[in-house]
Design a protein around this ligand. Structure first.
Ligand SMILES: C[S@@+](CC[C@H](N)C(=O)[O-])C[C@H]1O[C@@H](n2cnc3c(N)ncnc32)[C@H](O)[C@@H]1O
Length: 372
């Protein structure tokens, strides 16, 4: 490979963790104001977190050295503290049932370096004030990628995460290396390539998730619990498209045909997200071998938040909140161009709702694992 090609490949592949960031602050387009779908899924996995806490506090361990709880990919806004506070409440309730003193708890909030940690710190301070007198809560911010080591060995008791672990570490290597775009404007070519694109995304997810599990296995104690929820597919069909990836790429294609973004840059833009099927997820976890699966459940996003809330507009704004910094950086465009992104996404979703786009509805996969 020529040097310039290899440099270009490195740039595309290195960029995900540097450019991935939700829209910060609490303005109209922020993640904080546009994360109701994710909030619904956090509500859905509360019982799984409570079950995981009950497994940790089965009467045989009082955690004299404290309990370490982490949320990976916490972002900022109203969802940031939901998982850890659910866990803290569950620990306290369980200790009351067992008539034992609750342990000291350290909550660790992780996200990438560009996350709005200033707002996370403010939320943490407010939370700590509300907890005064109820037991010691220590807090820690852990910036960095969950595709690298984040915590000391054998230190974590409970790991939680929602809507984060489907973000890949990089664009699918096979596509980048072979110069294959994730979306072809020509429908025939697109259909012909779907299987190649799908397989490349699935391989990248397999590689990333295997690495993620191996790293967490080092950091978690034996018997430690992990509860997470990610985007997924109901079943795996290699000839089908990846709903969210293809939808966002379609919106960007419309934008490029209107001259709003550069077509050439579009061919090297890969939405770095993959949602596996339940079977795919189970196979990866079993092959990695450090965790046993307690449960994998499929959750319907529309049911999570009630049908009234998931309008085309809400969905389009949620996509903007998650994708804007990455799109703006890749295309060198202004945030104002993203107003068009929302309008086009809304229009396309009304023509063909995401639930039907292209053939396969996106779901959340919630899983509960134990470190063996
Ligand atoms: C859609 S938000 C979910 C936020 C929150 N957990 C919720 O449910 O609303 C996804 C978050 O995952 C973070 N993320 C993605 N890849 C990551 C990685 N490799 N390491 C750490 N955080 C990551 C993003 O920065 C983002 O804040």
């Amino acid at each position: 490979m020529k040097r310039s090609e290899s440099d270009q490949e490195n740039n595309i592949m290195a960029s995900v963790q540097e450019t991935l960031q939700m829209v910060s602050g609490d303005g109209d387009t922020s993640y904080a104001r546009n994360s109701v779908l994710q909030a619904g899924e956090q509500g859905n996995i509360k019982p799984m977190i409570e079950e995981a806490v009950a497994n940790l506090l089965d009467g045989s361990n009082r955690y004299p050295g404290g309990m370490m709880i982490a949320d990976l990919g916490c972002s900022s806004g109203p969802n940031t503290l939901v998982l850890v506070s659910t866990a803290v409440d569950a620990v306290r309730r369980r200790c009351m049932q067992l008539q034992q003193q609750p342990p000291e708890i350290c909550i660790n909030l992780n996200d990438l370096q560009n996350n709005d940690f200033n707002s996370v710190i403010k939320s943490l301070n407010t939370y700590k004030q509300t907890q005064e007198g109820s037991g010691l809560i220590l807090t820690s911010i852990v910036p960095g990628s969950f595709y690298g080591r984040l915590f000391n060995k054998c230190s974590l008791h409970l790991v939680c995460s929602t809507c984060s672990l489907h973000w890949l570490s990089k664009a699918p290597e096979d596509l980048v290396r072979n110069g294959i775009p994730c979306y072809d404007s020509d429908e025939v070519a697109r259909r012909a390539r779907r299987s190649t694109v799908m397989k490349a995304y699935a391989r990248q997810f397999n590689q990333d998730f295997t690495q993620f599990l191996g790293l967490r296995a080092q950091e978690m104690v034996r018997g430690g619990q992990m509860v997470f929820s990610i985007l997924g597919q109901r079943y795996h069909d290699e000839d089908d498209a990846i709903g969210h990836v293809e939808f966002i790429a379609h919106v960007l294609h419309e934008m490029s045909s209107m001259g709003l973004i550069d077509q050439e840059k579009l061919d090297s833009f890969y939405v770095p997200v993959y949602g596996p099927s339940p079977d795919e997820l189970r196979v990866i976890i079993e092959a990695e071998g450090s965790f046993s699966v307690t449960k994998i459940a499929v959750h319907e996003p529309t049911i999570c938040v009630g049908r009234g809330i998931t309008t085309a507009k809400t969905m389009a704004q949620a996509m903007r909140a998650a994708m804007e910094p990455m799109i703006v950086q890749h295309f060198g465009s202004s945030p104002q161009v993203m107003d068009e992104f929302v309008l086009i996404a809304e229009k396309l979703m009304k023509l063909s709702p995401l639930d039907e786009y292209p053939n396969k509805p996106g779901v959340f996969l919630a899983a509960s694992l134990v470190r063996t």
